[in-house]
Design a protein. Structure first.
Ligand code: ADP
Ligand code: MG
Length: 551
């Protein structure tokens, strides 16, 4: 047996770690399971290149609670460590890593803008444990080692009699962290952080029904066996090739990601790039019908299949944060504040790549099956219109597929709309006048009156549409949008002369006077032109500019 003192400049760094990362104690489990995964994958690699002459087999990682002993065990069948390696990797590297981490982030860790907290690694165990043991047997032909440390820089290292290859970490859970001995808590954490990690993770056992024998009689009772409860899916859809996945696979993965979400996604976008940065993932366009679900089920960020956060602000363009799904990239810096993140070159490229993939997908959906795309328009328009307003690049691309539906359920692109309206809806100054309604019920009579005159009326009813209209007017010369209940409708040149009222000018003036007693003429104007239409005896309109002023 040997004991020693770890060479650190801070006498006792554990209380410091505890303090700085107060809100993130739970990540210790992610870190330890990540280490177990790394150790297993390293062994896989070494056996595959012939450097480790041992059977790789079908390794699992086990997480086990010993409630009476107040201990939590994390056991792997990875490459293990020799005593010398424990000295090197745990006493030196992990310690200096933790120290370096503290040095670097003790200020930023205090503000909540820091995401991830990757890098603390093994020593995060001391956030929840008063004593940590490592019992490890290397794949090399050397005796097992047993390391113990109570959080002070002193440690003991002795030989152990462990015979199976791999590492067991034993955490003696501290009195203030007893929640981590609760089965429910550990299951919650494993599900949150480790759900898609690449090595199977066992947590307890579960009962599984045996298949019913063919000759079973009526009184047959289902028999059960205890099997390992594997909490993760080591091969999630996003790690596969798009060509190996069917529509059904994508939908199943959506359900796996969001078990409480019952709506099916509208479509998905598979992200897959390895240069100049590495990124995989699957994004889904959800039906935006359930507001609560939108808040809850967010895009999840992973690094090498380890969950990091579901706050992707700054990584994904804002308008796409309404989407759902997964992105996995080792190239996103995590121990940084959000403002730093937004300035990072790689992150900018990633954000641009995602925007491009989304617009490419929309364009191909539009080209391949326009009828289907039109059907989905109502569910996706908010995201798209928001994107057109907030991202110049997306606005440019959206010209190809952004749709402008009419109250008659016809869907125009902007180019088609201009062409369709040119013969009928050009005003005296040569401006193309686009009539639109924002509420079919409230503006019913105006819509009918306009249709009566042979005009097309768009239905633009999303909450940000007035901003979009302003942008379209700025960017398109001689294009103006007028709401169907605004007075400009008058100025449309079509059939203006043909519109003959059954009232004489004199009668009209008198009737107008009567109406204007109840309707203030400074704000509204009264039109009797549609007296002979089926829609309404007369209509009251308000100038477009006055209406916009109120909005
Ligand atoms: P990192 O994982 O970033 O290298 P950690 O502090 O998590 O940093 O771990 C330090 C080192 O300890 C690892 O690089 C590895 O060499 C060793 N180690 C930790 N856990 C295990 C394990 N379960 N099996 C084998 N080696 C391990
Ligand atoms: Mg680690």
């Amino acid at each position: 047996m040997s004991s020693g003192k770890i060479n650190v400049s801070v006498e006792n760094i554990f209380p410091l770690i505890k303090k700085f990362l107060y809100s993130d104690h739970e990540i210790f489990l992610r870190e330890l399971v990540s280490n177990a995964t790394d150790a297993t994958l390293k062994l896989k690699h070494l056996t595959s290149i012939g450097e480790a002459k041992v059977e790789y087999g079908n390794p699992v990682i086990e997480v086990k609670i010993d409630k009476d002993g107040k201990k939590l065990h994390i056991i792997d069948q990875g490459l293990g460590m020799t005593a010398e390696e424990v000295e090197k990797y745990i006493n030196q590297i992990a310690f200096s890593g933790a120290e370096e981490f503290l040095e670097k982030y003790k200020d930023s860790a205090k503000d909540s803008g820091v995401i991830g907290h990757f890098g603390l690694g093994f020593y995060s165990a001391f956030m929840v444990a008063s004593k940590v043991e490592i019992i490890t047997k290397s794949f090399k032909d050397e005796p097992a080692a047993h390391w113990t440390c109570d959080g002070s820089p002193e440690f003991t290292l002795e030989t152990a009699d462990k015979t199976e290859r791999g590492t067991e970490i034993v955490l003696h859970i501290a009195e203030d962290s007893l929640e981590f001995l609760e089965e429910g808590k550990i299951r919650e954490l494993l599900t949150k952080y480790n759900k898609f990690m690449p090595i199977p993770i066992k947590f307890g056992t579960k009962k599984e029904a045996l298949p019913r024998p063919e000759n079973a009689g009526d009184d047959y009772k289902t028999e059960y066996v205890e099997v390992d409860n594997i909490i993760n899916n080591p091969n999630p859809a996003w790690t596969k090739q798009p060509s190996d996945l069917s529509d059904e696979d994508y939908k199943n993965f959506y359900r796996e990601l969001y078990p409480m979400q019952f709506d099916e996604p509208l479509f998905n976008i598979h992200l897959n790039v390895d240069y100049p940065f590495n990124l995989t993932g699957i994004l889904y366009f959800p039906k935006l019908s359930n507001d609560l679900q939108i808040q809850k089920d967010k895009i999840q960020l992973y690094q090498n299949q380890v969950f990091v956060t579901d706050n992707v602000e700054g990584i994904v363009p804002e308008f796409l944060t309404m989407l759902k799904g997964v992105i996995d990239s080792p190239d996103i810096p995590l121990n940084v504040s959000r403002s730093y993140l937004q300035a990072d070159g790689n992150v900018k490229k990633i954000s641009n790549y995602i925007t491009r993939k989304v617009s490419d997908k929309l364009k191909s959906l539009f080209n391949e099956n326009r009828a289907d795309f039109e059907q989905k328009w109502n569910d996706i328009k908010i995201v798209l219109e928001f994107g057109m307003l907030s991202e110049a690049k997306f606005y440019e691309k959206a010209g190809d597929f952004a749709l402008y539906p009419t109250t008659e359920n016809k869907y125009y692109t902007l180019a088609e709309l201009k062409e369709a309206l040119a013969p009928t809806q050009t005003d005296k100054d040569g401006n193309l006048v686009v009539l639109y309604a924002s509420n079919v019920e409230l503006q019913h009579s105006y819509i009918e009156a306009a249709k009566e005159k042979g005009y097309e009326v768009l239905l633009l009813d999303s909450p940000i549409v007035s901003h979009l209209i302003q942008k379209l007017e700025t960017d398109n010369e001689k294009l103006s949008f007028v709401r169907v209940d605004a007075d400009h409708v008058d100025n449309l040149i079509k059939k203006e002369e043909e519109q003959i009222s059954r009232l004489s000018e004199d009668e009209k003036t008198k009737l107008k006077e009567v109406i204007e007693v109840v309707v203030p003429k400074e704000k509204y104007s009264v039109q009797l032109e549609s007296m002979d239409s089926k829609a309404a005896p007369f209509i009251i309109t308000q100038p477009e500019f006055m209406r916009r002023m109120k909005e």
